[in-house]
Design a protein around this ligand. Structure first.
Ligand code: FRU
Length: 503
C-alpha cells in the first residue's frame, strides 16, 4: 500500500470495431441525440460510474437478449465529455443462473485489494448477484481500464441469506481511510453500511431507516458529500435512496436525506417521520448514481417501473437523463438538493436565438416565425407572472400534440403536462401532469425555466435547479414547435434564449 500504480495505455481499436458492429444499420427514428441510449435492447439503472484518467465509465443494467427486462448483465460505454458515448462490449454477463444486478465501481489506486498485477491498478466493480434464491454482493475486476472483466474467485463477498439485499455503492472515505459500501435491505426500508480496508472483507457499520417514504421497496442507495451553494468550503452528506412504488406521481422515484456521515453512521437532519424530500418532481428519474472520482455529478435512468417495459422505442428501450451537477441550498427549514445541467453540455449548443421582452396574453403563441423550434433543444426562459394564473412554455408542439412546461401560481408549482404529448396510450400510468412546489412565493414573481428537450424527453430545471422535473414524451418527429402560453391573464416574457443541441 502507499505507492501509486501506473495505469496501462489502452489499445482500443478492437473495442471500437465491436461497438460499430453492435450499432447495426437498420433505419430508425426518434433516437435521442444527446441522451445515452444503448445500441439495442432493454436498459435500466446506471451502474459502476467511475471517472478514471479523464474517461467517464457508464455501465448499465442491460438485457443483451431482448427489449424487456431480463438476463440482467452490465452493458458498458465510455465518454470524455458526458455526451459522446463510445459503446464497448458487455462487461459482466449473467451466468450459471445468476443475474448481474446493480452496483458500482472504483479505481483501487493503491491495490488495497491485491487484485492488481504487475503495477497495474485494478478497477473493481461491486455488484449484486441475483439467483439461486438470494441476493449477494460480489466483486469483479479489470486490469485494462474496464475493457475486460474477471469475476473474483471467492465471490460472494457478502451473503446474509436474504432475497432483498442489493445495489452496493462503494466509495473511498478519505477521513477514515477505508472503503464504504452502502446496500439496501429493500423490504425492510433500510440502508446498511459496510466498511473495508481491502474491498474483499466487509464489516457491518450501521443501518439507516426506515425513514421518509416507505411505500415500496428501497433500492439503489447513493451517499455523497455535496457542496453547499455559496459557502466555499461547507459540505453536507446526501443519502439518496429510491422507492418503488410509492413516488409522489406513482410508481418509482428517488427520495433523499441530508445529514452527516462520520465513516460509520449516517445521521439525518430531519426526523424519520417528516415528509420525504424528492429528488425529482417528474415521473422519470430513477436509480441515480454519482461518478466516483468526480465532484457531485450524477445521472439517472430516465424511466419508471410502471411502464419501463412498454415505452414505444425500438430497437432500444430505455435512456439515461442528462448528467447533472448536484449542490445543496440552505433554507430556513434546512438544506435542499439542487441540480443543474452539467456544464459540459454547453458544447452541444448550435447558433443561439435570443428573444426580447414581450407580453404573453391569454392563449398560446408559437415561436416558429422566430426560428425557435426543433426536437433537440435547450431553452432558457425568464417569465414574469403578471396577472396570469398559469403560464410558461409549450414544446414538441404539432398536430394535436403539445408538452406543457408551466407555472401554476395557485398551486405554487412548476409542472410538466404530457397528457397530449404524443403516444401516451401504451400505459394508463403514462399520461398526466406532474408538478413540484417552488419555494414559497416564487410562483408569484419571475420564474426562470431552463429546459432540455430531446427526441423522447423533457427535463426542466426551474429557478436555478431548486425544482427539477424529468418526464419522457413520445411525440411524432414532426412535432417540433415551441410556444409561450398564459391562462387567466397576461404574463410577460422577459427573455428567451434557445439553442439547437447536437453532438
Ligand atoms: C432498480 C433495480 C435494482 C436492481 C436492478 C435489477 O431499478 O430493481 O434494485 O439491482 O434494478 O435490474
Amino acid at each position: 500500500m502507499g505507492q501509486t500504480i501506473v495505469l496501462p495505455v489502452l489499445a482500443s481499436a478492437a473495442a471500437l470495431l465491436l461497438a460499430a458492429a453492435a450499432i447495426g444499420d437498420e433505419p430508425e427514428t426518434g433516437r435521442p441525440l444527446y441522451h445515452f441510449t444503448p445500441p439495442r435492447n432493454f436498459i435500466n439503472d446506471p451502474n459502476g460510474l467511475v471517472l478514471v484518467d479523464g474517461e467517464y465509465h457508464l455501465f448499465y443494467q442491460h438485457n443483451p437478449e431482448g427489449d424487456r427486462w431480463g438476463h440482467m448483465s452490465w452493458g458498458h460505454a465510455v465518454s470524455r465529455d458526458l455526451y459522446r458515448w463510445q459503446h464497448l462490449p458487455i462487461a459482466l454477463r449473467e451466468a450459471d443462473g445468476i443475474m448481474i444486478f446493480s452496483g458500482s465501481a472504483v479505481l483501487d489506486r493503491t491495490n488495497t485489494s491485491g487484485l492488481g498485477r504487475d503495477g497495474v491498478a485494478p478497477m473493481v466493480a461491486a455488484y449484486t448477484g441475483d439467483g439461486l434464491g438470494k441476493q449477494t454482493q460480489n466483486l469483479a475486476y479489470s486490469l485494462d481500464l474496464g475493457r475486460s472483466w474477471t469475476k473474483y474467485a471467492k465471490n460472494p463477498v457478502l451473503d446474509i441469506g436474504s432475497k432483498e439485499f442489493r445495489d452496493p455503492k462503494v466509495f473511498y472515505h478519505h477521513d477514515t481511510g477505508r472503503w464504504i459500501m452502502a446496500t439496501v435491505l429493500a423490504d425492510q426500508h433500510k440502508v446498511r453500511f459496510w466498511g473495508s480496508s481491502d474491498l474483499k472483507t466487509w464489516e457491518m457499520l450501521s443501518d439507516f431507516g426506515p425513514a421518509g417514504a416507505v411505500g415500496g421497496v428501497w433500492e439503489c442507495p447513493e451517499l455523497i458529500e455535496v457542496h453547499v451553494e455559496r459557502m466555499t468550503r461547507q459540505t453536507r452528506w446526501v443519502l439518496k435512496v429510491d422507492v418503488n412504488p410509492g413516488a409522489p406521481h406513482g410508481g418509482s422515484g428517488g427520495q433523499y436525506f441530508v445529514g452527516d456521515f462520520d465513516g460509520r453512521t449516517f445521521r439525518a437532519d430531519r426526523k424519520p417521520d417528516e415528509p420525504p424530500l424528492w429528488v425529482d418532481g417528474g415521473k422519470d428519474f430513477y436509480a441515480a448514481q454519482a461518478w466516483n472520482g468526480a465532484d457531485g455529478v450524477w445521472i439517472a435512468w430516465m424511466n419508471n417501473w410502471q411502464y419501463a417495459n412498454d415505452i414505444p422505442t425500438s430497437p432500444w428501450r430505455g435512456a439515461m437523463t442528462i448528467p447533472r451537477q448536484v449542490r445543496l441550498s440552505r433554507r430556513d427549514d434546512g438544506y435542499r438538493l439542487m441540480q443543474i445541467p452539467h456544464p459540459s453540455l454547453e458544447a452541444l449548443r448550435g447558433p443561439k436565438i435570443e428573444l426580447g421582452p414581450r407580453a404573453v396574453p391569454p392563449g398560446s403563441m408559437t415561436l416558429a416565425a422566430e426560428g425557435v423550434e426543433g426536437t433537440s433543444l435547450e431553452l432558457m426562459a425568464v417569465i414574469e407572472a403578471g396577472d396570469a394564473d398559469t403560464f410558461g412554455l409549450k414544446v414538441r408542439t404539432g398536430k394535436g400534440e403539445e408538452t406543457i412546461v408551466g407555472v401554476d401560481r395557485k398551486a405554487g408549482e412548476v409542472f410538466v403536462d404530457r397528457a397530449r404529448s404524443g403516444n401516451v396510450a401504451f400505459s394508463r400510468d403514462f399520461p398526466g401532469r406532474h408538478g413540484a412546489k417552488l419555494p414559497t412565493g416564487r410562483a408569484e414573481q419571475v420564474v426562470y425555466l431552463h429546459v432540455f428537450v430531446d427526441a423522447t424527453s423533457v427535463e426542466v430545471f426551474a429557478d436555478g435547479g431548486d425544482v427539477v422535473i424529468t418526464d419522457q414524451v413520445f411525440p411524432r418527429p414532426d412535432s417540433r414547435g415551441v410556444g409561450l402560453f398564459a391562462e387567466g391573464g397576461t404574463a410577460r416574457l422577459k427573455s428567451l434564449e434557445a439553442w439547437p443541441l447536437r453532438p
